[in-house]
Structures are given as C-alpha cells and as structure tokens.
Write a protein that binds this ligand. Sequence first.
Ligand code: M6R
Length: 365
Amino acid sequence: IKGPYDHFMQKEIYEQPETTENVMRGRVDASTNRVVLGGLENWLTELRRARRIIMVASQTSYNSCVAARPIYEELMEIPINVESASDFIDRDCCIFRNDVCIFVSQSGETADTIHALKYCINNGAVTIGVVNSSGSSISRLTDCGVYLNAGPEKGVASTKSYTSQYVALVMIALCLSEDSVSRIERRKEIIQALTLIPNQIKEVLELEPSIIKLCENELEKQETVFFFGRGFQFASALEGASKMKEISYVYSEGILTDDLKRGALSVVDNVLPIIVFATKDAILPKVVSSVEQIMARKGNLIIICNKGDKTWKQKKQPRNIVTLEVPQTVDCLQGLLNVIPLQLISYWLAVKKGIGVDFSRDPAM
Ligand code: M6R
C-alpha cells in the first residue's frame, strides 16, 4: 500500500498535488471564477447572514483554521474566531443563533471537537463540518459541510489533511463572499491561484534532496528549533513546530515574528536553528527587519523565501544563511506551499534519528 515510499507519512506528503486537486474537483470553476459547494447549497442564505464565524478544531486542524482566518476577515468583513476545541469547551463561550460554527477535523471523531459541536448545536448556531472521513460523527452531526476527499490518512502526522483543510476553508470563504462586489477582483485572483497550487506543490517536493542535506548538516544534532512567522505565515510557524515535536521529538516553538522582541531574542545564539517564513507579501519588510536583528546576534538562520529572491544571498553574514526557495502564489495561499518543506524536514529528521514516523510515542496523538 505504501508503493515506492518507506512510510505512510512520506507517501501522504507526496500525495498532496493530487489531494489538493481532489478537494477542488467539481467545486472551483476557473472559467467562471466561481466556487460551488454542493454540501452548503441548502444553507447558503443562513450562512451568508452570519454575524460571526467561529472555527473550532484541534492541533493540526486548528492550525489550518489559523491559516485561513485572515482571508475570512478580508472577504467576509465580520468577526472570525478560531478556537482550540479543548479550550473552547473549558469555557462557557457565548454562542448565538446567528453564529456560524465551522468544525474542522480529519477523522471527524476527535472527542473535544465533537463536544464543542454539541455545545454549539444546543445554543442554536448553524454548523458546518470540514471533515475527511465520510460518515464520521462530525459529518453526521453538522447541518452542512465540505468533505476533503483526501483518502485515508494512515500516518500519525496530519499532512495531506492540513493542506486539504486549508483549501476547503478558503473555498468556503470564497463561496460565502460571492455577493460582495468590492471583492470580485480579489476573489478572481485567489480562484485563479488555487488552480495552480497542485503543480506548485510538485515543485516544492523537488526540494527533498536539499532538505535531507539540511537535516544532516544543520538539524540532526539539535535539541530545539524555533519557527517564526507572522500574518498569513503565523499558521505555518505553528504547524512547523507541531510536526517537529510530534514526529521528530525536537522541542520546538512556533512564534509570531514580531514577538522576537518580547523575549525570544534573548535565547538567539549561533547554534539554535531558527526557521523564518519570509515569502513575499505586504508585511515582508517587517519580517526582513526582524531577521536583521537575528543576524546581528549571528543567529543560525534557515529562511523559507520565494524562488529567485536575492535578498538573503546578498546579506553579509559570518555564516551562510540557508534558504529554501518555494514558488510564489497569492499571499493567502502561500502557506500551502510553505508548509511542505516543514513536513519534509520533520519526516527526514525523524528518519535520520531512527524514529518510527508513522506512529507516535504520545498515545493521545
Ligand atoms: O482528526 P482531527 O483532525 O480532529 O485530529 C486532530 C488532532 O488529533 C490531529 O491534528 C493530531 O494532532 C495529528 N496527529 C497532528 O499531526
């Protein structure tokens, strides 16, 4: 079943050109610039009337919600909350009848997420499921939904489900904002960019040989790795750190780049690997300025940037900055490409350390 791959995790990473295609199939129409989601059709009036959207999920599924949140805020212009399911159920959250709650889950069976869903149903909210496993509890309990169609995810690490959740969430935002005249051009730009994503993921996968070298030369002996991202890339930092802990057993944190000046800078030295997302978007100049502060402390930088970006090679540094270059897409989709090197890094680091990547020593994962 693993075909030419050694592990399910590697197979599932490599399936992403196909799985991102599958989640869009029959839904994204680039000739009319429309997104049609059959699973939401009967609820569109209620969904478009929402006064607030709350996304609830756990771990990697939560990170996909963080990745999608900015584009919801931009396209829908209503408050968007993202909640970790366990924290959500620990509080008595105020949920109203005109709230739309989106539950995101690969398995559709995560207990905390189901618990949160039942709470929202009892409070009268309209509920959407974004689920991979058909017939699962979350898909049955929600009013309407979007299946990921990513096929079974056998490795313990969620990889292909993250990118499919991300695409599904963006598709929902595009569908619900269809009436907004002021967003027509932005929506077109995103829809056109979505259709290129599967092939761009193929391109990113070609980084694997450089990533193997990076693991051997820079990362294999390290006990801690930090990920810095902001804006659209904060979710990439969170997801990178969670894969690193879960699969490679390396202590890791995903940090808002701007929080560097609120403590993190004090632990920067010339050993600690710092992976920074510096792909092109409106806030890249702020990221560059944070990176310069890390450089001033001779930090051990690994930069994820766009292909052909010469900024980093030109920087005068006592040691070379390692760069991983990924293709460019529209800002709100860039995280779909940026996350692939992180999946490969955590996979290869685990393999080099002899860790059984398809299982976790944490029984809760
Ligand atoms: O099935 P779900 O997406 O609801 O699962 C949520 C988490 O349990 C899941 O993301 C898990 O932490 C993965 N092993 C992360 O790689």
